[in-house]
Design a protein around this ligand. Structure first.
Ligand code: ADP
Length: 187
């Protein structure tokens, strides 16, 4: 079973593109963020913990995400492939993923890295806040914080993935369709 990783900063459109790719390629879609929000709605132990990090714009600790991701992966092992959205976000998560790939005999087909200037990310964050119910969308302070967390934790993780997997970076400016076409041209 093959895996596509869609990575990039918060507000870059990863979720939007993953949902389209899921339908077009017939892949399963794993979003650790979506799953955290479902856990929160269901008031599970993980969901309650997530709530605290979400409010601050922080990442959930690796140990919690490791357990959660292992569970979601097991639920998605049937099918053609998986598109990963918002995971991995730290170097430790890449290492956990590599362990799982070996264990479950999976293959990382490609990492697609969406690049956008911070100014554009903040603009999109503001727009998303108008229509979403997400706690971490509500506040401009959280938008800024999430971008800082990205710079500190996820940028090094992306650099690390460059050395481990087949990797391509591309410009995330343009319409949703244009970005989908761009992604498809790399597959
Ligand atoms: P976006 O789509 O805006 O990039 P997500 O919905 O993927 O955001 O993630 C929202 C939040 O969920 C993150 O800020 C973090 O608190 C938590 N989260 C999601 N995925 C991970 C992960 N892989 N590691 C740690 N925290 C995560």
């Amino acid at each position: 079973m093959e895996i596509l990783i869609i990575t990039g900063p918060p507000y870059s459109g990863k979720g939007t593109q993953c949902k389209i790719l899921k339908d077009e390629l017939g892949y399963n879609h794993i979003s650790t963020g979506d799953r955290c929000r479902i856990e929160k709605e269901n008031r599970t132990e993980i969901g309650n913990m997530f709530s605290e990090y979400e409010k601050k714009g922080d990442l959930v600790p690796d140990s919690i995400i490791k357990e959660l991701f292992g569970k979601i992966l097991d639920e998605n092992l049937l099918g053609k492939g998986i598109v990963l959205d918002g995971y991995p976000r730290t170097i430790a998560q890449v290492d956990s993923l590599i362990e799982l790939i070996i264990l479950k005999e999976l293959k990382i087909k490609k990492v697609l890295n969406i690049e956008l200037p911070t100014e554009e990310l903040l603009k999109r964050a503001k727009n998303r806040a108008l229509s979403s119910n997400r706690e971490d969308d509500k506040d401009a302070y959280i938008h800024q914080k999430r971008i800082e967390v990205f710079e500190e934790n996820t940028k090094p993780c992306i650099e690390y993935m460059k050395s481990k997997f087949d990797f391509v970076s591309f410009n995330g400016m343009g319409s949703i369709n244009e970005i989908t076409e761009r992604i498809k041209s790399y597959l």
